[in-house]
Design a protein around this ligand. Structure first.
Ligand code: NCD
Length: 306
């Protein structure tokens, strides 16, 4: 059974196909109104979420399907000590596809190995978040026209930020990509992402704690929240949380067509004064996420049917 746990589970050709389907959904929404009629998506969210869960659910409704939902560890049998494996086996009896978010790295893989229906990873701890990357890719494609030749700045919590890990993995497969990794020392990109992606494929990157130094070179700036829930102590979080706050004056040296992104939720990383700047793309990402999730649900249900 085909599941999507990591963005690398999808080939570049499949990403192209998903991007094309998402664009077709945008252009011809009526064509897809009943595409998933009588199908059920189960959203199992054991960690807080607004966008990801609602976007999966809106996606399924817009495809004419239905949704079964579990939110929070306290309302399901997980609170009684049920394992992820048993939950996945159980939900497979009710639904046609699962989207799961869980605080433990690897939980979505365990679910996929035990479910008899496709599982989509909606975020597993500090590991990865492939469908946020689908939203990010459609946004970059629509704003920049394509992926090759881009200089991408990633700023904030590169250690625990799972959206960062997935985006780097996805972008590493395009041509002439350059990364500028901006973070405090304590929140640097994990060495497994550096070794298994950046170094392995010889991708050029700069590591710095100074956002302004390389800002003029960036085509995309991906801001991220410091991931409070993954810290071991509150003191470190409080010390690091406001390291980078993007304000209009800091953008003076940036490109006029810079694409400013953020997976959201925003805490304090981007001043609201930037929201009306034409370069602000973070709410476009939200909408694009719904279209890409529609395309992904369609694809996985189609494959499961054969
Ligand atoms: C992200 C996540 O959950 O990893 N949010 C999202 O899904 N859009 C980013 C975050 O929580 O900071």
């Amino acid at each position: 059974m085909r599941s999507v746990i990591d963005i690398l589970d999808l080939s570049v050709e499949e990403l192209d196909e998903l991007l094309a389907v998402a664009q077709d959904i945008i252009d011809n929404p009526e064509k897809y109104q009943n595409a998933c009629a009588h199908k059920k998506l189960a959203t199992l969210f054991f960690e807080p979420s607004t966008r990801t869960r609602l976007s999966f659910e809106a996606a399924m409704y817009e495809l004419g399907g239905n949704v079964l939902s579990v939110t929070g560890g306290n309302t399901s049998s997980v609170a009684k000590g049920e394992s992820v494996a048993d939950t996945a086996k159980t939900v497979s009896c009710y639904a046609d596809i699962i989207a799961m978010r869980h605080p433990k790295e690897g939980a979505a893989l365990v679910a996929a190995n035990n479910a008899s229906i496709p599982v989509i990873n909606a975020g597993d701890g500090g590991h990865c978040h492939p469908t946020q990357t689908l939203a990010d890719l459609l946004t970059i494609k629509r704003e920049k026209g394509g992926f090759d030749g881009l200089t991408i700045g990633l700023c904030g919590d590169l250690k625990f930020g799972r959206t960062v890990h997935s985006l780097i993995n996805a972008m590493s497969r395009y041509r002439d990509i350059r990364f500028i990794l901006v973070s405090p020392e304590e929140l640097k990109l994990p060495s497994y992402v550096k070794n298994e992606t950046l170094k392995k494929y010889g991708l050029p990157y700069v590591q710095t704690n100074d956002l302004l130094e390389h800002l003029p070179e960036m085509d995309v700036l991906y801001m991220t929240r410091v991931q409070r829930e993954r810290f071991f102590n509150e003191e470190d979080y409080l010390r690091l949380k406001d390291t980078y706050v993007l304000t209009p004056d800091k953008l003076k040296t940036a490109k006029s067509d810079l694409c400013i992104m953020h997976p959201l939720p925003r805490v304090n990383e981007i001043s609201v004064a930037i929201d009306n700047d034409p370069r602000a793309c973070y709410f476009k990402q939200v909408l694009n996420g719904k279209y890409m999730r529609m395309a992904l649900i369609l694809k996985l249900l189609k494959e499961a049917a054969v």
